[in-house]
Design a protein around this ligand. Sequence first.
Ligand code: 8X3
Length: 247
Amino acid sequence: MRRGTAVVTGASSGIGEATARRLAQEGYDVVVAARRRDRLEALSQEIGARAVTLDVTSPESVAALADQVPQCTVLVNNAGLALGLDPVATSDVEDWRQMYDVNVLGAVRVTQALLPRLVGSGQGHVVVMGSTAGRIVYEGGGGYAAAKHGAAALAETLRLELSGQPVRVTEIAPGMVATPEFSLNRFRGDADKAAGVYQGVKEPLTAEDIADCVAWCVTRPPHVDIDLLVVRPLAQAAQHKVHRTTS
Ligand code: 8X3
């Protein structure tokens, strides 16, 4: 069954890539959007998607995306990143700015650009990839938590403002997800530090687990709006309560 067009940002790796694969399997015509063209090309060929180069921090790039997407039923605002794990006192303001620009403003730009198509589809759905850090803060995570709280505010505000329109809004808030790049980017390529995040954690969530959540939310009947889906690995009872084994 064909389900319409789904645009996935940040689709070149991790949760975005897994979501694109999964939505293609679910019968969506998928548009994979991200900065890294080579990765997009390979993915799009593999899953039969359309690749559009996209930098969510660039208004011109977002406008070019909208020009290439005449129809859109589902938008997955997935592009995002964390930078650093420094306390507020010594963190780099530029990191805060960049995280806000990608995680919040990026989603705002793409949503604004595609909203007319989403409304026009008659069954639109905006998915915002949040985080448990968008609900609860932790030491060293100030800039990331602020950005993900911003993403949560975006989703909640959109839902209110779109009341009466045929567009659902869902925030998915994952906890610990082991993807090849998230922690590596956060620690600027320091593989040991990145690996330490998941050390002793029996089974962190995978990108496919989150793709499964996205697929479930968007394939509910059109009148069912999953506002917020918080998902953690079994080993993470709360942000600060992670069960780690030593062996
Ligand atoms: C990722 C979850 O715990 O690294 O969005 O902030 S956490």
